[in-house]
Ligand binder design. Structure first.
Ligand SMILES: NC(=O)c1ccc[n+]([C@@H]2O[C@H](COP(=O)([O-])OP(=O)(O)OC[C@H]3O[C@@H](n4cnc5c(N)ncnc54)[C@H](O)[C@@H]3O)[C@@H](O)[C@H]2O)c1
Ligand SMILES: [Zn+2]
Length: 371
């Protein structure tokens, strides 16, 4: 494995490695046997991923002498329910796993969030291995220890912080991901450049085609993203401060996801984030915080890779602006009337703005609706 990269997440007694490279699914058995003591695990995955990647994983685990009990769930966000949490917990207990054994998540962020939550609570905390198979999961959700499920009150409202013991990101597994899902995950890759790594953003502007094609640049981009996320997580593991910067583009993005009824045919998360980041730059320019050239540069790159960047790019129209504002206020970054947004002074210069007047946002969105 020549292209293998390792990012270490130094969190004291919860420290772990993220391995990034091709063929880590087939090689997982050997890697796990070398690093972790347990000889048993539960593998949680979804039907799409199981059809493509479960076989090679199970073969590799068996060869390494690891006994694995697979559980295949329905794909999609609707699998992050209490019922699914119960199913995963029961599966782990039925497999008679003990604390030193591991729960292994093979899939996108849905499987990772759900399995990580189960691993965090069964037997008061079991070992947890993330094997992210979507780009979003490889650069974002598998790193940092946030786990959880959705309830009828909203997304990700019930969960625990539970860091993985190991993350294995097989970059070749992304070859089977749809182009649209890959692009959506790429929005989060670009986000790390836009937050505080201008050199990385410039590198992406020159290398994004190679990142999409696979190979060494893909490994590089994912490793740089994991490093960026790890740095933020180490500085603020439980999001009491700077971890909020990771929400760049997300207040607008979440509002757009809500306004389109979380209908993935219309908008997937990363697409909402792409539009949200462009809105954050355009709003920052409107507030004379950043230059319009930077907003233009960000939009040009995201549009160039094929992501939506404007409200008018969303098929089927949007509800009136006052409804969008309600969704923005419902997003958790609100305190006493003023809105907290991640704004920017330029590429790689994002900051937390805790005092954004709602009326300014309203007027801005009214203007933005005009195509
Ligand atoms: N914990 C965190 O810090 C964090 C951060 C960001 C997002 N999330 C969560 O992550 C979830 C979204 O993750 P996602 O975008 O990976 O969604 P997902 O898990 O639903 O995966 C997207 C789709 O791609 C399919 N898929 C995954 N890997 C594949 C592969 N290699 N080949 C073919 N198909 C594949 C899945 O079956 C699914 O249909 C959301 O629930 C979100 O809340 C969590
Ligand atoms: Zn996101």
């Amino acid at each position: 494995m020549t292209d293998l990269r390792t990012v270490h997440v130094p969190l004291g007694d919860r420290a772990y490695d993220i391995l990034i490279g091709p063929d880590l699914i087939a090689g997982a058995g050997a890697e796990i046997a070398r690093r972790l003591p347990g000889k048993r695990c539960a593998v949680i995955t979804d039907a799409n991923v199981a059809a493509l990647h479960l076989g090679p994983l199970m073969d590799g685990l068996a060869k390494a002498g690891i006994n694995a009990a697979p559980l295949v769930l329905a794909p999609g966000e609707k699998t992050k329910r209490f019922e699914d949490l119960v199913a995963v917990c029961d599966h782990v207990l039925e497999a008679r796993l003990e604390r030193g054994d591991a729960v292994l998540a093979l899939g996108g962020g849905v499987i990772g969030d759900l399995s990580g939550f189960a691993a965090g609570i069964v037997r008061r905390g079991m070992r947890f291995i993330q094997m992210p198979t979507s780009l979003l999961a490889q650069v974002d959700s598998s790193v940092g220890g946030k786990t959880g499920i959705n309830t009828r009150h909203g997304k990700n409202l019930v969960g625990v912080f539970h860091q993985p013991d190991l993350v294995l990101a097989d970059t070749r597994a992304l070859d089977t991901l749809s182009e649209r899902e890959f692009r959506a995950g790429y929005a989060e890759v670009a986000k790390y450049g836009l937050i505080d790594r201008p050199d990385f953003f410039a590198w992406l502007e020159s290398n994004w085609r190679a990142v999409f094609a696979g190979g060494r640049q893909r490994v590089e981009a994912i490793a740089a993203s994991c490093q960026a996320k790890a740095d933020v997580v180490v500085a603020d593991e439980r999001e009491t401060g700077p971890r909020a910067l990771l929400n760049l583009g997300h207040t607008f993005g979440h509002a757009l996801e809500a306004a389109t009824g979380y209908d993935s045919a219309r908008l997937v998360h990363g697409e909402g984030v792409a539009i949200g980041m462009v809105l954050a730059y355009r709003f920052s320019a409107r507030m004379n915080l950043a230059s319009p050239d930077d907003a233009e540069r960000v939009e040009q790159h995201l549009r160039g890779v094929g992501l939506p960047t404007r409200l008018s790019d969303i098929d089927g129209g949007l509800p009136p602006t006052d409804i969008l504002m309600k969704h923005i206020a419902q997003d958790k970054k609100v305190s006493r009337g003023a809105l907290t947004f991640i704004l920017t002074r330029g590429v790689g210069r994002a900051f937390i703005a805790a005092d954004v007047p709602p009326a300014e946002v309203f007027n801005f969105l009214e203007e933005e609706r005009i195509p």
